[in-house]
Design a protein around this ligand. Structure first.
Ligand SMILES: Nc1ncnc2c1ncn2[C@@H]1O[C@@H]2COP(=O)(O)O[C@H]2[C@H]1O
Length: 135
């Protein structure tokens, strides 16, 4: 069944010039881009997106990272989009990500891990509402 998910191509992948390569992974897997925007976000917006992580010991570093430069916010649509995009991304920690996944190929650490994707259909819809209120 077709579904939507939300992805961020994070500031490390943008700075490394890997936006096109990351998008190609999704498109080659049958995902269609429904919306896309290059943005630089404020710390307060990072807090809203990562509300479940605010207060964790790693969060100040995560907030600094997500606000250090431009990122690309993307809404994708396709068959089982949430699950398929998470599989394409690979494990959160690139050291544990399977060969051929986006994080194995483009991420350097758990903190600077190239991409974010929604972890459930409910979080996808909430994240799409936050980042693209008009969709
Ligand atoms: N232990 C950790 N140390 C550093 N960053 C973390 C840790 N756990 C989670 N994160 C980051 O928090 C992010 C939350 O969702 P993401 O999929 O964007 O990717 C995660 C990681 O980048």
């Amino acid at each position: 069944m077709n579904a939507r998910t939300f992805v961020i191509i994070k500031p490390d992948a943008y700075a490394a010039g890997q936006v096109g390569n990351v998008l190609t992974r999704y498109e080659s897997a049958g995902m269609r881009i429904l919306a896309m925007d290059l943005r630089k976000i404020e710390p307060e917006f990072a807090d809203r997106h990562y509300s479940e992580h605010v207060g964790r010991d790693y969060y100040p570093g995560l907030r600094d990272f997500m606000t250090e430069g431009p990122l690309v916010a993307v809404v994708l649509e396709g068959e089982d989009a949430v699950g398929r995009v998470r599989a394409l991304n690979g494990a959160t920690d690139p050291a544990k990500a399977a060969a051929g996944t986006i994080r194995a190929d483009f991420a350097e650490s758990m903190g600077r891990n190239a991409v974010h994707a929604s972890d459930s259909q409910a979080s996808a819809e909430a994240e799409i509402d936050l980042w693209f209120p008009v969709l």
